[in-house]
Design a protein around this ligand. Sequence first.
Ligand SMILES: [Zn+2]
Length: 115
Amino acid sequence: MYHDPFECRCVICHDYGDRAEADQVDLRVIGDVQRYGWHVVMVPEDDIGPGFAYTIGLAHTHGAPELAMFGLDVRDMHRMLNTLGERAAAGAVLESGQKHHDVTEHPAGIWTAEL
Ligand SMILES: [Zn+2]
């Protein structure tokens, strides 16, 4: 749950004392967030469960919620999350309850996930 006003807690904004331990994947994610504003992680379907994809950096760069999608082809979800990220970058407010059926032929919407 975010506190108001938003205070970014990512590793770019805060030194948690483990920056020297960042590996190539960590540095790639950080570089993408600094260069493009966010990074999309793709986890393909396997024997354990369906594929999913999620953003890292929308909150840091745009103060927008991070997004996750499940159950579709990971390349399609990557494209759709980038489309929604571009909307956030352009100033759109992404909120729970919104429908975004134009990013896919499947029903798509935003729902809050409590952590
Ligand atoms: Zn940050």
